[in-house]
Design a protein around this ligand. Structure first.
Ligand code: IMP
Length: 433
């Protein structure tokens, strides 16, 4: 029996989709534990692309139980579209999906509020750069004990009462932010749509916590799939430039309702370089042509919003912070192939701030923005062999890069990805072993 958490080490988009899909070879249950349709996983199976936002990446292995934990915020319409897309590909047809009845529901007013707040804050230069998927407002409602949970979709009277109370309260906020409070007819339609979506989802809903606990008790391999990355964590990330959920490994226990003693292993995912979407400090960001070249080489455009991702050199202080926050015992390195063809490759080994050298980012985001990266420059490599099965198959310079990161992050690699396909992977250690 093994229970493994897979988590993004920095600001998300580390390539978790491919890694989770590979690990799912061994897992019988895959649990998505945080966030909502702000995430986007791009999976390439046999050359065909599948993008998921809510359904865990385990979806590509028929028969694997795919669970959406109670800690998530779910837009039922997005989920239904995704289920239809998967079923059109012959996936999720055996009743594999289980949506926690305790998960919160994203309703149109959450999305409206997210967009209005972003526009309003942008005028004052304070936008977060959210995905506008209603994530923050839905988690606010949850913390304020006025959220709608999936189970409320089966209690129409309760749903009506919660939504109407929320919309009444939010009316002046909409107006303050320059929006128009919704009409009675709009609110009635939102509620009807939510109830209809709930009915369609009903066969896929249940007690996710007990399902996961039972699977663990039965000795099954369970994989928890994080969304976003550790530095976007609400408590420990680069606040306020974070998402509104617990993205670190601890969030898996919180979302599924299982104890930390059940976890056997935590695997972090890091790209061979760094990216960030939205606002917030990013010391190793490359601007101009160098950033554009990396973005194009890596296809760094958001799977959810299509936004160009900010690109830069690998940031070891940020990586070390992710390793610490999630207690990572091994790392998966992705997209090593993207750096091929560069004469030299830089890695930020520390920051310099006010004359001091720091091995992790400082606490305040303004200090992170002021921090000066200290780089080491390593020789680059030409094209990587796509069918490499061992690090010894890599060119010496690429291997040196991998060894340097491993040594300086202080955590061994369990996998190195040299291309988007399943086959383009060097497997070093199986976290389920
Ligand atoms: P929200 O999660 O939509 O509220 O966005 C808050 C911040 O998290 C923004 O900077 C987003 O760009 C970022 N973010 C949210 N989800 C993801 C993701 O899956 N990958 C990368 N960044 C994300």
């Amino acid at each position: 029996m093994s229970v493994v958490i897979v988590v993004g080490a920095q600001w998300g988009d580390e390539g978790k989709g491919k890694v989770v899909d590979l690990f799912t070879e061994r897992a019988q249950v895959v649990v998505r534990y945080g966030g909502g349709a702000n995430a986007g996983h791009t999976l390439v199976i046999d050359g065909q692309k599948l993008v998921t936002h809510l359904v865990p990446s385990g979806v590509c292995r028929p028969g694997t139980s795919c669970v959406l934990g109670d800690g998530m915020v779910i837009d039922p319409h997005t989920l239904l579209d995704e289920v239809a897309q998967c079923q059109g590909r012959g996936l999720l047809v055996q009743g594999e999906l289980l949506v926690g009845l305790g998960a919160h529901v994203i309703l149109p007013y959450h999305k409206l509020l997210d967009g209005l707040r972003e526009d309003h804050s942008a005028k004052a230069g304070r936008a977060i750069g959210t995905t506008r998927r209603g994530i923050g407002p839905a988690y606010e409602a949850k913390a304020g004990r006025r959220g709608v949970r999936i189970r409320d979709l089966y209690r129409p009277e309760r749903l009506h009462a919660i939504v109407r109370a929320n919309v009444d309260e939010l009316g002046p906020v909409f107006a303050h932010l320059g929006g128009t409070p919704p009409t009675e007819a709009e609110v009635a339609r939102w509620i009807d749509d939510a109830l209809a979506a709930g009915e369609r989802l009903r066969p896929h809903t249940g007690d996710a916590g007990r399902h996961v606990a039972r699977a663990i008790a039965e000795g099954k391999h369970v994989l928890f799939e994080g969304a976003q990355g550790c530095l976007l964590d609400l408590d420990h990330g680069t606040y306020p430039y974070v998402t509104s959920s617990s993205t670190i490994a601890a969030g898996a226990c919180q979302s599924a309702g299982i104890g930390p003693t059940q976890i056997d292993s935590v695997v972090g995912i890091t790209k061979a370089y760094a990216t960030r979407v939205g606002e917030g400090p990013f010391p190793t960001e490359l601007h101009g042509a160098a950033g554009d070249a990396l973005r194009i080489a890596g296809g760094e455009f958001g799977a959810t919003t299509g936004r160009p991702r900010r690109c830069g050199w690998l940031d070891l202080p940020a990586l070390r912070m992710g390793v610490r926050l999630s207690g990572m015992q091994s790392l998966a390195l992705t997209k090593l192939d993207v750096l091929a063809g560069m004469p030299t490759v830089k890695v930020c080994v520390a920051y310099k701030l006010d004359g001091k050298e720091l091995d992790e980012p400082p606490i305040d985001p303004e200090d992170i923005a002021r921090a000066e990266p200290i780089y080491t420059e390593l020789p680059g490599w030409a094209k990587l062999p796509s069918h490499a099965t061992d690090v010894t198959d890599l060119p010496d310079t690429a291997r040196h890069y991998v060894d340097t990161i491993e040594r300086m992050a202080g955590v061994p690699f369990c996998l190195v990805s040299v291309g988007p396909d399943r086959s383009e992977t060097i497997r070093l250690h199986d976290p389920f072993a």
